[in-house]
Design a protein around this ligand. Structure first.
Ligand code: ADP
Length: 297
């Protein structure tokens, strides 16, 4: 998704043309952000998806190549352009956003199957729900059948197709997503273990990791038979956008490297914290060395 962000004093009225106060462009999307985060943690990383045969698509390929993400399985749609987001940001931080998914919405299960080499050839597959659910399911199903560890970020928040559960090993919701899936409230610290347990049982998971923003994360590992609250690192936070993606990409990289879930969560917790000390989403994921330094410090 290419974001074209306009700032203005207020929303335009119907029929009105309004002068804005600022403009910025960002390349984003959870898949891209997580792939870059995983690559920066040192994992050999490939991404599967569809972009347009346009200049925004070219920008994505350049961005991914700069971090060594393999784009062999990124398809360029013959007629639909790269997905775009048009956020309007107001002085109080409020926003209104128009999203036009274009090529993002066009990926089919058959195209996912064509990327089987990428989906079954690695140690870990990380999936988000910004594609049509049939495509996400096809990817999870292929990887799961091949014995690849599968991680699902259930974002954007909302009800999730229950047929995905059979193919997910580790679920990583943030507070809003966890609340949407369980009806329970993460703000109430005493509920967090119940949320993780409920999701682990309902989804028959190997592990559930609830990310809790500035409060860190909660991990439940059913295989290792433990639960642990991992407190956040204190950093000079300036922009929390993309923290969850830095967390999930790092978690995937660490698991691919053979780490236990709790150790992967500790590294991801450091990576998520560091990403909040830098502006941007994809651009804010830290290096492995920086995350390890924070962990050891
Ligand atoms: P999302 O970006 O999906 O909303 P979170 O806000 O839960 O996800 O953040 C993901 C992870 O990033 C957290 O679990 C934590 O490890 C780290 N993190 C987020 N915000 C902060 C913060 N203010 N200080 C330290 N770590 C943070």
């Amino acid at each position: 998704m290419k974001d074209l962000v306009a700032s203005a004093e207020r929303r335009p009225l119907p029929g009105e043309t309004l002068h804005g106060t600022g403009f910025a462009e960002f390349l984003g999307g959870k898949g891209v952000n997580q792939a870059i985060a995983a690559a920066r943690m040192g994992a050999r990383t490939a991404i599967v998806g569809t972009i347009g045969a346009d200049r925004y698509g070219d920008e994505f390929l350049d961005l991914l190549a700069a971090d060594g993400v393999d784009t062999t399985w990124v398809r360029r749609h013959p007629s639909l352009g790269t997905g775009v987001g048009l956020p309007l940001v107001l002085p109080d931080g409020g926003n209104s956003i128009i999203i036009v998914a274009r090529a993002n919405a066009a990926i089919t299960p058959a195209e996912v199957t064509a990327a089987a080499d990428a989906l079954t050839g690695g140690q870990v597959l990380s999936v988000q729900l910004e594609l049509p659910v049939e495509a996400s399911r096809a990817a999870l199903q292929l990887a799961s059948a091949a014995g690849v560890t599968t991680i699902l970020t259930p974002a954007p928040a909302g009800p999730v197709d229950p047929s995905l559960a059979a193919y997910v090993d580790i679920l990583v919701p943030n507070e809003v997503e966890a609340a949407a899936l369980t009806g329970l409230d993460c703000d109430d610290e005493s509920q967090v273990p119940m949320i993780a347990r409920k999701l682990a049982e309902d989804w028959d998971l190997h592990g559930c990791v609830v990310t809790l923003g500035s409060r860190g994360a909660y991990v439940l590992d059913r295989r290792g038979d433990y639960e642990e609250r991992v407190p956040a690192h204190e950093v000079a936070t300036i922009d929390t956008v993309g923290a969850g993606d830095a967390f999930c990409g790092s978690l995937a990289a660490s698991l691919a490297d053979g780490a236990e879930l709790i150790d992967a969560v500790r590294l991801a917790n450091a990576a998520g914290a560091l990403s909040t000390a830098v502006n941007g989403a994809a651009a804010s994921a830290p290096s492995r060395a920086a995350a390890l330094a924070l962990l050891d410090g």
